[in-house]
Design a protein around this ligand. Structure first.
Ligand SMILES: *Cc1c(COP(=O)(O)O)cnc(C)c1O
Length: 352
C-alpha cells in the first residue's frame, strides 16, 4: 500500500483552469492574477490591502522593514517555530530574541514575553502554531508592535476575529504544504496604508531611485492563479480539516496521549493535528507509524533554542519532547483516513 505522506496539496479543476488561463495569456510575470489574488486576500481578511510576494520568509522580511526595523533592533520570536522566522529577522539585520511557548498550546507565552522585552525590542512575531490562534490580546498588551505570522492558521478565528487582523501587519505563506498552496509564495497584509506602500515599494527593483536597495520578491501570475483558486476553496478545506480532527479526537479517546488544546474563544483550522505522547517517545512513535505506512513528524524539527544552544526555554523543550504531528489534510481520501485512524490507534496504544 502506498505511504500516506505528512502533507499533500488539494489540486483540482479550479487550479487547472486558472493556471491554464495564465498559460493561454502568455503572460507569466506579475500581472492581473497577482492583483486579483491581492484584492481577494485583503477582502478575505477585511483589511485595506495585501502585497503578494515570493515566499512567507520574504513577507516577514518586508514586514519588518515596513515597520522600520533597523540593524541592531531586537525582534522577539517564539522558540517553538521554524527557522524561517529566525532567518527573516537576521536578513533584516535585526537580532532575534527567543520567547518561550506554552507547552500545551505551543503558542507564545505572554508572561514570558513580558520578561524578555528590553528597551531595544522593536517588534514581536507571533506564529499561530499549527492553526491555533495565539492570545494576541494578551500579547498586544505588552506594548511591542505585533507581526502576526498566519502561515499555518489562515482562516482561524479568536473571539470571532480572523487571525491576521489584530497586528500592525500580518504575513502568510503559500508553500506547498500550507493551508492554501501555490508551490512557493507569500503575502503581507495590513490596515496601515504606509506599511503597505513601503512593502510594495521594496518588493521589486525599479528605476525610481535606483541606488536604494530593493528586492526581487515578486510573485508570478502562475502562482497567483493557483492562489486565487485555492483561496476560493479555503472554507471547504477548513471544514474538512475540522471534521477530520473531530474524528481523530473521538477515535483516539482513552489512549495515553493528550489531544490538541482548543481555547474556548478560538476556532482553530487544524493545519496540524499534534498529539502529545509521553516524554521521550516521539521518535519511537514516528518510526512505528512509518513502519505501517503513515508518515508522522515532529511538527517543529528542531526548536530554535536547541538549534542555537540557548538555555531557559522549558515550555518549548517540553513541547519538543512530546509533540507528534499526524497527517491531516483535505486531500486525504476516505480509505487513507481509515488507515490513519487504525494505524495510529495501534501505534499510540502500544508505543506512546
Ligand atoms: C512556512 C512558514 C514560514 C516560511 O514560509 P516560506 O514560504 O517557506 O518562506 C514562516 N513562518 C511560519 C510559521 C511557517 O509555517
Amino acid at each position: 500500500m502506498p505511504v500516506i505522506t505528512h502533507s499533500r496539496p488539494s489540486l483540482g479543476l479550479p487550479e487547472f483552469r486558472s493556471v491554464w488561463a495564465v498559460l493561454q495569456s502568455h503572460q507569466l510575470g506579475a500581472g492581473p492574477w497577482v492583483r486579483r489574488f491581492e484584492r481577494a486576500f485583503a477582502a478575505h481578511l477585511g483589511l485595506r490591502g495585501a502585497v503578494a510576494v515570493s515566499s512567507g520568509t520574504a513577507a516577514l522580511h518586508l514586514a519588518l522593514l515596513a515597520l522600520g526595523i533597523r540593524p541592531g533592533d531586537e525582534v522577539l520570536i517564539p522558540s517553538f517555530a521554524c527557522v524561517a522566522v529566525w532567518q527573516a529577522v537576521r536578513v533584516a539585520g535585526a537580532v532575534p530574541r527567543l520567547v518561550d511557548v506554552e507547552p500545551d498550546t505551543f503558542n507564545l507565552c505572554p508572561v514570558d514575553l513580558r520578561r524578555r522585552v528590553t528597551p531595544r525590542s522593536r517588534a514581536v512575531i507571533v506564529t499561530h502554531a499549527f492553526g491555533f490562534p495565539a492570545d494576541v490580546r494578551a500579547i498586544g498588551r505588552v506594548g511591542v508592535p505585533l507581526v502576526e505570522d498566519c502561515a499555518q492558521a489562515l482562516g482561524a478565528t479568536d473571539h470571532g476575529r480572523p487571525v491576521g487582523t489584530v497586528g500592525r501587519v500580518a504575513v502568510c505563506s503559500f508553500y506547498a504544504t500550507k493551508m492554501i498552496a501555490t508551490g512557493e509564495g507569500g503575502m503581507l497584509v495590513s490596515q496601515d496604508a504606509a506599511v503597505l506602500a513601503r512593502a510594495r515599494d521594496l518588493r521589486a527593483y525599479h528605476d525610481k531611485s535606483p541606488d536604494r536597495v530593493r528586492y526581487n520578491y515578486r510573485m508570478s501570475d502562475l502562482a497567483a492563479a493557483l492562489g486565487v483558486a485555492q483561496l476560493g476553496r479555503l472554507p471547504q478545506f477548513i471544514a474538512r480539516r475540522r471534521a477530520l480532527a473531530a474524528r481523530y479526537r473521538r477515535a483516539w479517546r482513552g489512549l495515553p496521549v493528550a489531544h490538541p488544546v482548543v481555547a474556548p474563544s478560538t476556532a482553530p483550522v487544524f493545519y496540524r493535528y499534534v498529539v502529545r505522547v509521553r516524554e521521550g517517545r516521539v521518535d519511537r512513535v514516528v518510526a512505528a507509524a512509518a513502519a505501517r505506512g503513515v508518515t508522522c513528524a515532529r511538527p517543529v524539527p528542531v526548536p530554535l533554542h536547541r538549534a542555537f544552544g540557548i538555555a531557559g526555554y522549558a515550555g518549548a523543550e517540553a513541547a519538543w519532547c512530546r509533540a507528534v504531528s499526524v497527517p491531516i489534510y483535505p486531500a486525504l481520501e476516505e480509505p487513507e483516513v481509515g488507515r490513519v485512524l487504525a494505524v495510529m490507534q495501534a501505534v499510540l496504544r502500544r508505543v506512546a
